[in-house]
Write a protein that binds this ligand. Structure first.
Ligand SMILES: *[C@@H]1O[C@H](CO)[C@@H](O)[C@H](O)[C@H]1NC(C)=O
Ligand SMILES: *[C@@H]1O[C@H](CO)[C@@H](O)[C@H](O)[C@H]1NC(C)=O
Ligand SMILES: *[C@@H]1O[C@H](CO)[C@@H](O)[C@H](O)[C@H]1NC(C)=O
Ligand SMILES: *[C@@H]1O[C@H](CO)[C@@H](O)[C@H](O)[C@H]1NC(C)=O
Ligand SMILES: *[C@@H]1O[C@H](CO)[C@@H](O)[C@H](O)[C@H]1NC(C)=O
Ligand SMILES: *[C@@H]1O[C@H](CO)[C@@H](O)[C@H](O)[C@H]1NC(C)=O
Ligand SMILES: *[C@@H]1O[C@H](CO)[C@@H](O)[C@H](O)[C@H]1NC(C)=O
Length: 416
């Protein structure tokens, strides 16, 4: 095989003895510490759809002569079924990556993942000018590299590929912002995941500058350093296609007043574990899924006419929200609050709510309070947690299970 093909397939070359393991069920092949001697072991991976390389040092191969490919090799690359390649625990000289990446244009690899890799030096990406790659999804996790700022010129050779990329993830990598021009290059990007980084309120505005990520539909900013709900709103209001936004695990505060409007396209909003003690406004008006679990909410009384799923577990609610505020709601999670009764005994409402999870609340198991629980439990809407997760408020003697204290709870469980 051509040296270039070996490099392409065996970027994880290292002195230490290593070899590949193929899991046929998963069609996943993992190669550890592949060396020049054991590189033949890759042959068994040719039937895999996912190929993973773990461990190695690539800097020894920086000076390798990499020639152009001959037609049989190109045919061979084109016939491979490999769709995803993962590089893990590697030192990757950027210059080598730049020279090898163009060979991917002969393959059908759609996903490239770099996990716990360190990129070294600055590559010369000129050879990639005008090249199209089949890769649609690029994921970096826990990587370090030279900063991107000021390297727009270097990377411009990649632009005809980056313009077609659909999914990009840069997670757990201390990212604090992206240069404005970077976002403008990703013209077709639909999903951007920058969870577990150091993005603060100041870093957001330049990252999502005018014209950046014009097609973006899914954005995860989970577990960053964001603090201003309205600041985030102002930074993201130029994303005209945004449908799914995850702000969970940031510590958000409200500005006293703001007229900022979220993109009208927003349908799914994740505000889980953001330290909120009240529902902040405005909320995107056409929301279909809202997750505000794991906060300190005491009441929820907003109305959202398109909302289908509302997640409010792990809050301090003393009452369930009024279902009339959510005419098309089908899923409601209320576990681990301070709710004493579920007040909806109207058959119509029960028919609408197909999934309710409300375990871990201190229910009043009087006859009246138990009626809604019993009705929901009877329809199967309460799912797996019913009845064992539905406990009564501790009484003088001891806590009881709604489902077991039949005499006190009237008929919470259906009698056998
Ligand atoms: C790969 O190399 C590392 C360090 O040299 C070693 O700790 C590890 O056990 C090796 N793994 C395999 C599967 O050979
Ligand atoms: C292949 O992966 C499946 C699913 O993770 C696992 O159950 C199985 O044990 C693996 N087989 C081998 C040979 O490792
Ligand atoms: C992140 O990558 C570094 C190497 O760059 C590695 O030493 C460290 O263990 C990785 N951390 C995690 C959480 O995987
Ligand atoms: C998070 O933001 C605060 C205030 O904006 C700043 O003081 C702190 O250094 C930031 N932390 C990180 C990890 O960036
Ligand atoms: C919201 O984010 C949390 C992680 O922070 C995740 O566990 C949860 O499933 C997400 N909610 C939705 C509705 O996707
Ligand atoms: C409710 O709290 C219990 C006990 O702390 C925990 O095990 C469970 O995962 C919680 N459920 C939800 C949905 O948060
Ligand atoms: C439980 O409900 C009954 C009837 O509605 C009421 O009289 C009683 O005070 C409630 N108990 C508690 C502890 O809230």
């Amino acid at each position: 095989m051509n040296v270039a093909v070996l490099l392409l397939l065996g970027l994880g070359l290292l002195e230490a003895e290593g070899r590949c393991f193929f899991n046929r069920t998963q069609e996943h092949c993992v190669c550890y510490n592949l060396s020049q001697e054991s590189v033949g072991s890759i042959i068994q991976c040719l039937a895999a759809t996912v190929l993973e390389f773990r461990g190695g040092e690539l800097q020894r191969y920086v000076a390798f002569p990499i020639s152009d490919l001959d037609p049989p090799t190109i045919d061979m690359l084109g016939s491979l079924v490999i769709r995803k390649i993962i590089f893990g625990d590697l030192l990757v000289p950027e210059i080598l990556l730049a020279r090898v990446l163009r060979f991917f244009s002969y393959t059908q690899v759609q996903e490239l993942v770099f996990d716990s890799c360190t990129f070294e030096g600055r590559g010369n990406w000129d050879e990639m000018a005008g090249q199209n790659l089949p890769i649609l999804s690029l994921h970096f996790h826990n990587v370090t590299s030279a900063p991107l700022t000021g390297r727009e010129e270097d990377l411009s050779g990649l632009s005809s590929w980056l313009e077609t990329l659909q999914e990009l993830a840069v997670t757990g990598s201390h990212l604090a912002s992206l240069p404005c021009g970077t976002g403008r290059t990703f013209r077709a990007l639909r999903s951007l995941d920058v969870a577990q980084n150091s993005l603060g309120d100041e870093g957001l505005m330049p990252t999502f500058c005018k014209g950046a990520f014009p097609q973006l539909q899914v954005l995860s900013l989970q577990r960053n350093n964001l603090t201003s709900y309205h600041g985030v709103c102002e930074s993201l209001q130029l994303l005209p296609e945004l449908q799914h936004l995850d702000l969970s695990q940031n510590k958000l505060l409200a500005a006293p007043s703001s007229s900022c409007q979220w993109p009208a396209s927003l349908r799914t909003f994740n505000l889980s574990d953001t330290g909120l003690d009240e529902v902040l406004t405005p909320l995107p008006p056409s929301l279909e899924v809202l997750d505000m679990s794991c906060n300190h909410l005491h009441t929820v009384d907003t109305s959202l006419s398109s909302l289908k799923k509302l997640f409010l577990s792990q809050n301090m609610l003393q009452a369930a929200p009024s279902i009339r505020n959510y005419p098309v709601l089908d899923t409601l999670h209320l576990d681990n609050n301070s709710i004493t009764e579920l007040p909806w005994d109207e058959v119509k409402l029960l028919r609408q709510l197909r999934v309710v999870a409300a375990a871990g609340n201190p229910y009043n198991c009087s006859c009246a309070g138990a009626r809604a629980l019993q009705a929901l439990g009877g329809t199967g809407s309460l799912g797996e947690g019913w009845p064992q997760g539905y406990t009564c408020r501790p009484r003088a003697t001891r806590a009881g299970w709604c489902g077991t204290c039949r005499s006190r709870c009237c008929s919470v469980t259906a009698r056998p």
